[in-house]
Design a protein around this ligand. Structure first.
Ligand SMILES: [Zn+2]
Length: 101
């Protein structure tokens, strides 16, 4: 059972960490299209990368190698839930047991 902080007015604080990836969603004909199977996406995915330029480079290479044109890009970031008065000293990811604002 988790601890409830329902009435504490936490702030959402963005961390510096932000990265991106791309997945090729180009439709490919199914291996057995004549048997009625639906086409599927290529599904090739870049690793998580730190800049948009790196993602663009990955897509350029994939398009050059395959001719595929359609991609889905995702950006993710990390945030900290900061309690009133700030994060207690010495804490990084978890509030101490029994912590109260
Ligand atoms: Zn592809």
């Amino acid at each position: 059972m988790g601890t409830s902080y329902r009435f504490v007015d936490f702030l959402v604080r963005r961390c510096e960490t932000e990265d991106r990836k791309a997945v090729c969603v180009t439709s490919l004909p199914g291996a057995c299209a004549s048997a009625g199977f639906l086409p599927s996406d290529c599904g090739a995915a870049s690793p998580w990368l730190t800049t948009g330029e790196q993602v663009t480079d990955w897509m350029r290479h994939h398009t050059r190698d395959t001719g595929h044109l359609r991609f889905e890009r995702t950006t993710r970031d990390q945030v900290l839930m900061e309690p009133p008065g700030g994060i207690p000293e010495g804490c990084t990811d978890t509030l101490p047991k029994g912590w109260t604002p």
